[in-house]
Design a binder for this molecule. Sequence first.
Ligand code: SAM
Ligand code: SF4
Length: 345
Amino acid sequence: MAASHGSIAVMSINNVLIDGFGRQHSYLRISVTDRCNLRCFYCMPRQGLVWRDKAHLLTYEEIERVARIFVEMGITKIRLTGGEPLVRKGLPNLARRLKQIDGLQCLAMTTNATLLAEHAADLRAGGMDALNISLDTFDRAKFERITYQDKYDVVMDGIKAALQEGFDTIKINMVAIAGVNDDEILDFARFALDNPVNVRFIEFMPFKDNDWDIQKVITYQEIKEKIEKVYRLQPRVIGDAGFDTSAVAKDFAMVDGKGWVSFISSMSDSFCSTCNRLRLTADGSIKSCLFAPSEINMRERLREGATDDDIRDMILYSLSRKPEAHPPAAEIAAQENRAMIQIGG
Ligand code: SAM
Ligand code: SF4
C-alpha cells in the first residue's frame, strides 16, 4: 500500500513502513496506561496530572488488533510502556497475546520494576524477550527524592527477580542529571561490569513542566570520558554475542566485565536520521515523533467500526506527518506536548 499525504509520500510495501525521508519503521512502542506508582520529577509534571478515565484507554482487545495490523505493515519489535505498564491489571496476559502475533520478532517492556518481583516469571513464561528497567540511583534516600516514593528495596528485588528469569537482555535506564546523580556514574558503570546487563545513560530531555534546564544536561561525551578514566570500553558491533543493537544508542562493552554500557544522546547528538519508531499512546493516538505534538487519534474511529484498511490509512497518515528531525532543545522545552509520563519514553 502506498499513500501520499500532502507532499510527503509514505508507503508500506512488502511489509516495510517507510516515511517521506526514507526511514524504515520496524519498532512500535505501546503505552498501556498513563498512570504510575512513582512520580519521577523529570517525567511527571510537578503539579501532578489527572489520570485518564478508563473509558479513554484502548482496551487490550483494541491494542491487540492495532498491534497486529502494525506488524502486518512491517513492525517487528513492540515495547510495552506506560506510565508504569505493570500497574494496569492483566498486563502479562496482554504480553502473552501480543507475543503470539505472527511476524513479531521481539516483545520488550520498559518498567520501573516496582511490581517486577511478582510478575517477572509470568512475563518470561508468556514470551517477553527483553526488559528495560529504570533506575537512577543506588542511594535509598535519593531514590525517594527523585521518585517521591520509598520503593528502592522493592525495585532492587524486582531487578534481582528479572536477572533470575533469563531474559534475552536487561537494560538499566539511568537518566543522568547534573546535581542529582552525576556522582553515581561510576557506580552504574561498575554495575555493568559486575552484572550481565546493559546500563544505558540517557541525556535529560525537556518535557512539559519537568524541571528541565540545559545546565542539568550531562552530555554523553562527559559521561563517557568520566567512565573511561576508570574502565576500558570497547565499541560493540552488530553480531557481538548476546548483543541487541539499537538505532538510538552508542554501545560499548565493559572490557573484562559481564555487561555493557550505552549512551542515549538525544540532546547532544540526535539520532533522528535513523529513527525507526512509532508510538501508540494509552488513549489511542499514534505519535510518530517523541518531540512533536502532532498525533492521530484512532480510538473513536475504532469504536465507530473502523475497518483494517481505515486503521492502515491512519498509520500511514501519521507516518506522513513525521518530521525529518526534532527542533533544538530550547524549542522543545517551550512547546506544548504531552508530558513524558503520558508518552512512555
Ligand atoms: N514507568 C516506566 C519506567 O520508568 O521505566 C516506563 C515509562 S518511562 C516514561 C520510560 C523511560 O523514560 C524511563 O526509562 C525514564 O527514565 C525515561 N524518561 C522519563 N522522563 C525522561 C526525561 N525527561 N529525559 C530522559 N528520559 C526520561
Ligand atoms: Fe513513572 Fe516511569 Fe515516569 Fe518514573 S519515569 S514517573 S516510573 S513513568
